[in-house]
Design a protein around this ligand. Structure first.
Ligand SMILES: Nc1ncnc2c1ncn2[C@@H]1O[C@H](COP(=O)(O)OP(=O)(O)OP(=O)(O)O)[C@@H](O)[C@H]1O
Length: 262
């Protein structure tokens, strides 16, 4: 549940971003905030700057103008309070499932026993405690992403930045992992910013969706998704929000009589 009282965990104030010297903006005037415990999605077509926003929040890029804050402090570099989760899982192929999860814990000064215990706890949570000795290549895509989620959560970050983490998975695995992610987020109270171009995914998971437009990348609308979670994908409420988003992208057509019959 989002914390409605405290200051935002993430805040972008009037952020512009260009990568080249000639001032062509990739992002223009991005202002948004994310509360602690909130699940927020950035939704938009390829190239509109979604990943760039994640990189700015994570401290991997600097804004050309404007400010990015994490818990009230300007973001200057990547830190341990925030982890990134990618579509391609980011697992080391030569390390076992257990060792991949332990990897994220190596820099934080836990003993070997503590690392193992913490890694096992999170592998149990994602249902992979029987697979700890397997190598990533021996796992399905869904299992690999569960290892990556366990590794991210085991680091106990306040913020997880997810860049299309389920895009490579089939529909069943995607639905399954989306439910699992919501369950784990509720349990851990983690704040999540998700980048996606999947409208259903954004509506199913998010407390708020920021709809983006390209050239330059900007937020055209912030939409609060009111129904409580878990949501029913076939419910009218779900279709209501889908429709608002489709209209924002101009994907809906007025009803026309067909010119010909087949
Ligand atoms: N490091 C970089 N150097 C130069 N241009 C970049 C860099 N990173 C991103 N861009 C450009 O910024 C624009 C936005 O890219 P970004 O990856 O943020 O978009 P996106 O919405 O996440 O796209 P996708 O959904 O395809 O991942 C693109 O035109 C891209 O080419």
């Amino acid at each position: 549940m989002p914390d409605e009282t405290n200051q935002p965990l993430v805040e972008l104030q009037q952020v512009d971003k260009s990568f080249d010297g000639n001032g062509d903006l990739v992002l223009e005037d991005i202002s948004l905030h994310v509360k602690k415990g909130e699940f927020v999605s950035l939704l938009g077509q390829s190239g509109c700057g979604k990943s760039t926003i994640l990189n700015l929040i994570g401290g991997f890029e600097e804004p050309t103008a404007g400010k990015v804050y994490l818990d009230g402090e300007p973001v200057r570099e990547p830190g341990r309070r925030c982890v990134m989760l990618f579509q391609d899982y980011g697992l080391l192929p030569w390390r076992s499932v257990l060792k991949n999860v332990e990897l994220g814990l190596e820099p934080i000064g836990l003993s070997a026993d503590e690392r193992r215990e913490r890694a096992m706890e999170y592998l149990r949570l994602v249902g992979l405690d029987k697979n700890i000795r397997q190598l990533p290549d021996e796992l399905s895509g869904g299992m690999k992403q569960r290892v990556a989620i366990a590794r991210a959560l085991a680091m106990k970050p306040e913020l997880i930045l997810m860049d299309e983490p389920f895009a490579a998975l089939d529909t069943f695995n995607r639905y399954y992992l989306q439910d699992e992610l919501l369950r784990l987020q509720e349990k851990e109270g983690t704040t999540i910013v998700l980048v996606t171009h999947d409208i259903d995914e954004a509506v199913y998971l998010s407390d708020r969706v920021f709809i983006m437009k390209p050239h330059p990348g900007r937020i055209s609308r912030g939409l609060r998704i009111e129904p409580s979670k878990p949501r029913d994908r076939s419910h009218g409420d779900f279709q209501y929000y889908r429709r608002i988003i489709l209209e924002e992208f101009h994907f809906t057509q007025p009803k026309q009589e067909p010119d010909f019959q087949i």
